[in-house]
Design a protein around this ligand. Structure first.
Ligand SMILES: *Cc1c(COP(=O)(O)O)cnc(C)c1O
Length: 425
């Protein structure tokens, strides 16, 4: 057994160790392949139905009236995400921007947003006004907020959500991914009972899902299970590692129209908006997305399996059904955690000569370390790892455009942990 990774100074011991772990993964990889096949077929059917052609890649400028690239991209995404309609825009600066635009487009003063899966992703705290009262936040605009925690099994507490509702609740919000919390992701079908009860008891309430990190990890999206609106970032799963920036909002036509007014201007909505570069990377990225997501899922599973085998606590565990691409691991201390992040950086295609260190990142109470040597800055469909430097030293690993890159990452991490005398293989 010769070690094909020696040009990257991966040790024979790590190579052999990871090969052993990999043997356990075959049945799970077969399941991921099936999900990829379902999703690739739906994406390709979407391209076919909309007759995507080279003219849809063309750049536009100015107001962008009759921009067929933009309009076609919207419709292809809608079909790919099992939705009636979608807005896909390069000028969503991030997932948070797309989520905020959707929420602000759906609610007005006096309405209430109810988070049904506990506290939303960190970057939304100030946008919603859970923290602070910044000008322009939902709170500042007069929108009320309340949240219901997940139950002790990490599932949506449907009864508690329904019991806490009244007619002022306009948006019931679910975050599909674990994000940066020690909890499981929520499967689209697990949202179904909540959405049914909400629609039955409060027909005017709108069900909204933060779908970031979740797209194409399962055979169907939350829209199939009663989500009115789903939202995500194009530098994660649905951009396929190719889209350079942007976000999407997909769902029921009437709500997409409403959100379009917030995105641009009432009276113009989605009829305007040009893009002076080509739309090709967005189409290309969506085409690649089911495969790229499958690669990221396999990589996450390998990281989980390897760290589980050396005795660390992992989430999700081997064999769990996944609804996002994130693998969390309790590293047990700051030294192995930093070692892992530095090793991942070392084997990244970009900035491999940079050594990441913990730093005081704005908006965080503890130091944070991040490994990201990505083609697209901040892209986490590419192999990346981040961790707050605090008990219990959890690292969140996501991405890998190719499974082999993820495999190299985990072997490099083992080597670095051995070098720091944290483990022995
Ligand atoms: C990435 C992400 C977001 C949006 O984050 P951005 O960095 O603004 O794109 C929101 N929710 C979850 C769960 C995410 O993973």
């Amino acid at each position: 057994m010769s070690n094909p990774f020696s040009s990257l100074s991966i040790s024979d011991a790590s190579y052999a160790f990871v090969l052993e772990c990999e043997k356990k993964l075959a049945p799970y990889f077969a399941q991921i392949n099936e999900v990829e096949e379902t999703n690739q077929s739906r994406v390709l059917a979407a391209f076919g139905s909309e007759g995507v052609a080279a003219r849809h890649f063309a750049q536009t400028n100015g107001y962008g009236y009759d921009d067929i690239g933009r309009d076609t991209l919207d419709r292809v995404f809608a079909r790919a995400l099992c939705a009636e309609d979608a807005i896909v825009r390069p000028n969503f600066v991030s997932g948070t921007h797309a989520i905020f635009t959707a929420l602000a487009g759906l609610m007005k003063a006096g309405d209430t947003m109810l988070a049904a899966s506990g506290k939303p992703y960190d970057t939304l705290e100030r946008a919603i006004g859970i923290v602070g009262d910044e000008y322009g936040s939902l709170k500042n605009l007069g929108v009320n907020y309340k949240q219901i925690e997940l139950d002790k099994n990490g599932k949506i507490d449907v009864e508690a959500v329904i019991n806490s509702m009244n007619d002022s609740v306009k948006v019931v919000y679910v975050q599909r991914s674990r994000g940066y919390a020690w909890r499981d992701s929520i499967l689209p079908q697990e949202m179904e009972r909540l959405f049914m009860e909400v629609h039955k008891n409060y027909p005017d309430a709108i069900t909204v899902v933060d779908n970031c990190y979740g797209e194409f990890t399962t055979p169907a999206e939350p829209t199939v299970f009663g989500a009115d609106v789903i939202i995500g970032s194009l530098i994660k799963n649905p951009g396929g590692g190719i889209a350079p920036t942007g976000g999407y909002i997909a769902g029921k036509k009437q709500f997409i129209e409403q959100i379009a007014n917030r995105l641009t201007v009432p009276g113009m909505g989605r009829e305007v908006g040009s893009y002076a570069a080509s739309y090709e990377p967005f189409f290309h990225g969506l085409f690649m997305a089911p495969h790229t997501t499958a690669q990221a899922l396999k990589s996450a599973m390998l990281f989980g399996c390897v760290f589980e085998t050396i005795g660390m606590e992992t989430m999700p565990r081997l064999g769990a059904v996944r609804s996002d691409i994130v693998q969390s691991v309790k590293m047990g201390g700051p030294v192995p955690l930093v070692a892992l992040c530095q090793a991942i950086q070392r084997v990244s295609p970009i900035d491999s000569n940079v050594v990441p260190e913990p730093w005081d990142m704005p908006g965080y109470n503890t130091q944070v370390i991040m490994a990201a040597g990505a083609f697209v800055q901040g892209s986490s469909i590419e192999l990346s790892a981040d961790a707050p430097i605090c008990e219990p030293y959890i690292v969140y690993i996501q991405g890998a455009l190719t499974y082999v890159h993820g495999k190299i990452g985990v072997m490099a991490a083992l080597d670095e942990m051995v070098r720091k005398k944290e483990i022995r293989l």
